[in-house]
Design a protein around this ligand. Structure first.
Ligand code: ADP
Ligand code: MG
Length: 623
């Protein structure tokens, strides 16, 4: 390829095309955000070059200074946002500016409808990073050279489906984003306006942002926000910094800014987002906290810095103790990092405890967003388990809202030894499960657990303040010690004796399909239900594991029958009269299938189900 080679034309990835279409054709309520996005990228690029230069000093700029420059050309109607950061090579340009590289973002864009009216509020919340340049520019040109490379590249696009790439020349590494301003975006060619926008949105940026080039006036304070005294940082500045570090567009729900001194020294500036982040359940469980060493960016998402169950955190930890030339590999198992991690965990949990106590309603919002993640700590972080149990909130049969375990225990009935729960996918379905009937009747509260993680901590941890967690869908959940309310008393032994012939018949008929048939204490309104044997996996957990191909076997369940139910009573009566076996046989299988349906399990033989159903209906109408 020679310097005069014709530009190559490439197409944007389909998702980028859709995003750009929406960006260009809809007026944002606040177009000024394009500038903070480009400045934010410049600042990230400088951080990355500075990190690379720690181990390869030849990559540092000659004066070792990093900066962002804004250059206006009112004649040509261009605004250039330049930086002397890491820069991009050809592959970087195609990957970073031609596709949506971040997994969460790609999924987000796929979910857009293409209807600007519907999508805009979503995008406004999400942000579009680099592409926001097309809100104000009808052509964007990027000239860039990667630190360590000789060759520079020019990327250019009008944001309509294609971009061009060609060789370019550039004296030093870094990137210039040249915006050819749209007719209606003249306000951004006014220096006074730029000054105001930078002060409002980008004052937190730790490197100087200069107007008019290298010697120009510096528009920001250019000091790391987290190093400023706590009381000097305004809520507005926190919000802007949070947008920058978190690539987020909501407001932080909680801001933690502190300096740890003593055995180790570090500064923490951490944010808990107000809403769930898109990558929260991504398998890599990466957190969003950047590690700095004495103001130099080292890495983000370092696994040893934070436990996985705090991956919703965003922000910065800046250590005074780690060596500046530490490589990412050397961070693993580093004792300083372990100390910081302990400090951060206890700081955050302490702060959450305070929130839970002082403003329960606000705390509920946090719990609804991130409780499902925090609960992973119950089995991953045994030393903090008690604290995490204290922070946990659950829906329960007690009524609307979320309840703490302490409250649950306080409401336990006389004779109740366990904390009862039912786990499943949907809270509404759980709340109406037949398994709950006997508990309701006795006034025993049951926790309704509908996060996948609930199956794991209940199985692995299992005890809170000496009280076992017991699933109401298991055989071992014993209600007999908990008295029924006055008037509801029953002669249970008599009922059991009546039931013996029916139990025997059902056991015989269903012997290949169930483990056992028993008289139930947990049912009041439904005739039957399925439960797991005490030592078998919980029904819902087993289904989940099968779905994820973790196990193949299917355990047989126990069918419980309700001795007080009219249908069961009439079966007992029919049996006493010596009714022919076929209708009873049909009834046995239909009852089992019904219990399966209520459990959300498929019916193994739908044809047989339909045949029996037809027979029973036919008989009842005298067919
Ligand atoms: P984000 O900053 O959230 O990753 P952007 O859309 O703002 O998303 O940028 C996309 C990617 O393009 C960045 O992750 C980075 O790799 C690259 N990039 C953008 N601007 C620059 C720049 N000035 N210097 C180097 N790389 C850049
Ligand atoms: Mg960005």
């Amino acid at each position: 390829m020679s310097q005069t080679a014709a530009p190559e034309t490439l197409s944007f990835q389909a998702e980028v095309g859709r995003l750009l279409d929406i960006v260009a054709h809809s007026l944002y309520s606040d177009r000024r955000v394009f500038l903070r996005e480009l400045i934010s990228n410049g600042s990230d690029a400088c951080d990355r070059r500075r990190y690379e230069a720690l181990t390869r000093p030849e990559l540092a700029p000659p004066d070792n200074e990093y900066r962002i420059e804004l250059i206006l050309d009112t004649q040509a109607r261009t605004l250039t946002v330049g930086d002397n950061g890491i820069g991009m090579n050809r592959a970087d340009l195609v990957e970073n500016l031609g596709t949506i590289a971040r997994s969460g973002t790609a999924a987000f864009v796929k979910s857009l409808t293409g209807d600007a009216k519907k999508d805009l509020p979503l995008i406004g919340q999400f942000g579009v990073g680099f592409y926001s340049a097309f809100m104000v520019a009808d052509r964007v040109t990027v000239e860039t050279r990667k630190a360590g490379d000789e060759q520079a590249w020019r990327w250019s696009s009008d944001g309509k489906g294609e971009f061009t790439l060609e060789l370019a020349e550039r004296k030093a590494p870094g990137t210039s984003v040249i915006l050819h301003m749209r007719e209606d975006a003249g306000e951004f060619l006014d220096p006074e306006n730029l000054r105001a926008v930078v002060r409002q949105y980008s004052d937190h940026v730790a490197i100087p942002i200069r107007l008019g080039g290298e010697k120009g006036e510096t528009l920001n304070r250019a000091s790391a926000l987290w190093m400023r005294p706590r009381n000097e940082v305004t809520a507005e500045q926190h919000k802007e910094f949070y947008h920058h570090v978190a690539h987020a567009f909501d407001e932080p729900w909680l801001t933690l800014h502190w300096r740890a001194e003593g055995k180790i020294e570090y500064t923490g500036l951490l944010y808990v987002p107000a809403s769930r982040t898109l990558d929260l359940f991504h398998p890599d469980r990466k957190h969003g906290v950047k590690l700095y060493v004495r103001r130099v960016f080292i890495t983000d998402g370092e696994k040893d810095l934070l436990p996985g169950y705090l991956r919703f955190l965003r922000g910065v930890i800046d250590s005074e103790d780690l060596p500046l030339n530490i490589s990412r590999e050397m961070l693993q198992n580093n004792p300083v990092l372990a100390l910081i991690r302990n400090g951060v965990v206890s700081r955050l949990l302490g702060e959450l405890e305070k929130k839970a106590k002082d403003s329960a309603e606000d705390y509920t919002k946090f719990w609804e967003s991130f409780g499902a993640v925090l609960k992973e700590g119950l089995y991953e972080d045994p030393p903090n388990r008690d604290k995490l149990f204290g922070l946990a909130r659950f829906a329960s049969t007690q009524g609307a809202g979320l309840h703490s375990l302490a409250d649950y225990v306080g409401r336990m009935k006389e004779g109740q030894e366990a904390i009862y729960y039912i786990a499943g996918d949907e809270q509404a379905a759980l709340a109406t499960s037949p398994h709950l009937e006997g508990y309701r009747k006795r006034g025993v509260e049951v926790l309704l657990l509908n996060d996948p993680v609930d199956e794991f901590w209940t199985a692995q941890v299992g005890v809170y303040r000496g009280k076992k967690f017991k699933s109401v869908t298991r055989g071992g959940a014993d209600l007999s010690k908990i008295p029924l309310p006055e008037g509801a008393e029953k002669k249970a032994t008599e009922a059991e004796a009546d039931m013996a012939p029916l139990l025997a018949l059902l056991r015989l008929t269903l012997q290949d399909a169930v483990k056992d048939v028993r008289v139930s204490q947990r049912l009041t309104d439904s005739p039957v239900c399925l439960v797991a044997d005490e030592n078998d996996l919980d029904i819902h957990l087993e289904r989940m594991l099968r779905l994820h191909k973790q196990i193949e076997k299917e355990s047989k369940r126990i069918l419980e029958i309700n001795p007080e139910h009219a249908l069961i009573r009439s079966l007992v009566a029919a049996l006493g009269k010596g009714t022919v076996s076929e209708p009873l046989n049909d009834a046995a299988f239909l009852l089992l299938d019904q219990a399966r349906l209520l459990e959300g399990e498929p019916i193994p033989d739908p044809a047989a189900f339909a045949r029996r159903m037809t027979a029973v209906l036919g008989r009842s109408f005298g067919a």
